[in-house]
Design a protein around this ligand. Structure first.
Ligand code: ADP
Ligand code: MG
Length: 394
């Protein structure tokens, strides 16, 4: 168990808190503030418990140089609105200077300020000890609440903890609870659904999960590499050449480990990679030479839903088809609806899978949707995330 902000007596203490305020901007305006609202519970808890807070985040890729297109100024304004109190924005092209240090020193209990985009400094992504120390000196305790960057060892996510104690905020606590418990101590039967485009990208995840799951269901573009490896013709479907041998290894490993390994039995194939292309459903043994598989078929949906209904914990990573096109979103939507209706722990990891579930309006029907695309992937691979490792143990 990792320490959280609830394990600290905040009276008279100053938190240096790393958030993920990497919000989408259009002409300087925030187009989606989900990441800002997500940070509010931790911020409010700290303020209500007598802390002062120095907030920090990255935004976009200013490439280690000051670039005012990526200023956090709009974030401070939006945060002030939500909190109903001023979030002082103290900008500096070098992120930390004497003005910033003075503002942090003057900050009283219940007050909050935001410093400029930490990626204005090249030292951030280099996890430079000097920059880490500069950040640490702004407060007493480091609060890590940016899951999306916790797989990167940067000054504001990892290095800072060399100088002051680190605890997690509520967002990280939630990720560790659901993602962590699903992978380490799942209520069984435990099923994983793997989809998306490439086998190669997901190999480490599949390999790690094969040690843990009872059932593994494969969908999406990666299924065709498995079919090809088994000797079927896949027409113009996506093939990950480099993944062919790996696919065979996985099939063998699944058998050795006694994991129930399900591949689609039918697929929806179109002439072209386009929503308006004509399409039909075929058994996987009869994919036409001139067509490409873009979704799982109705029989597969039935088979998969049945397997999922028997499961108590389900982790889903990667869509079942090209869900961005309406005609080929059917399989992904059916699986999402199936999960939404189950009395099981359902965890969604992966940027596109999370986007799909949100697009279908089913996000709040899932137990947990991980906020970190790359970070949740590395977590499912069983890797130690540097930004999590530095959080003190309870
Ligand atoms: P995640 O972000 O959830 O980890 P991935 O990035 O691995 O998922 O994969 C998502 C992409 O896979 C989507 O853009 C989707 O269109 C694509 N995809 C799914 N099925 C197919 C398919 N049959 N052919 C080509 N691309 C596919
Ligand atoms: Mg993706």
């Amino acid at each position: 168990m990792k320490k959280t902000i609830k394990d600290v007596n905040w009276a008279g203490k100053k938190a240096v808190m790393r958030c993920d305020f990497n919000v989408p901007l259009k002409e300087g305006c925030i187009t989606d503030d989900t990441r800002i609202t997500a940070s509010l519970p931790s911020i409010k808890y700290l303020l209500e418990n007598g802390a002062a807070i120095v907030l920090m985040s990255h935004l976009g890729r200013p490439k280690g140089k000051p670039n005012h297109d990526y200023t956090l100024a709009p974030v401070a304004a939006r945060l002030s609105e939500y909190l109903g109190q001023e979030v002082k924005f103290v900008p500096s092209d070098v992120v930390v200077d004497d003005t910033v240090r003075a503002a942090a020193a003057a900050l009283g209990a219940g007050e909050v300020m935001l410093i400029e985009n930490v990626r204005y400094r090249a030292e951030e992504e280099k996890n430079d000890p000097e920059f880490s120390r500069e950040l640490s000196e702004l407060g007493d305790i480091f609060v890590q609440d940016a899951f999306g960057t916790s797989h990167r060892a940067h000054a504001s996510t990892t290095g800072i903890a060399d100088y002051i104690p680190a605890v997690s905020g509520f967002l990280i606590e939630k990720e560790l609870k659901f993602l962590g418990q699903a992978v380490e101590d799942p209520v069984r039967p435990f099923a994983a659904i793997m989809g998306g485009a490439k086998v190669k990208d997901k190999i480490p995840v599949i390999t790690n999960l094969l040690d843990k799951v009872d059932t593994l269901l494969i969908g999406g573009g990666m299924a065709y590499t498995f079919f090809k490896a088994q000797g079927y013709s896949i027409g113009k479907s996506l093939l990950d050449e480099e993944g062919l041998d790996l696919a065979l290894d996985i099939l063998k490993l699944a058998e050795e480990k006694g994991v129930k390994f399900l591949l689609p039995v039918d697929v929806v194939c179109a002439d072209e990679f386009a929503n308006d292309s004509p399409y039909d459903t075929y058994p996987v043994t009869a994919i036409p030479e001139d067509r490409m598989g873009l979704d799982i078929g109705a029989e597969t949906i039935k088979l998969y839903c049945k397997a999922l209904e028997e499961s108590k914990t389900i982790v889903w990573n990667g869509p079942m088809g090209v869900f961005e096109m309406e005609n080929f979103a059917v399989g992904t939507k059916a699986i999402a609806e199936c999960l939404a209706g189950l009395d099981a722990t359902t965890v969604i990891g992966g940027g596109d899978s999370a986007a799909a579930v949100t697009q279908f309006g089913l996000a709040d029907k899932m137990t947990h949707i991980s906020t970190g695309g790359g970070a949740s992937m590395e977590f499912l691979e069983g890797r130690v995330l540097p930004g999590i490792a530095i959080i003190e143990d309870l």
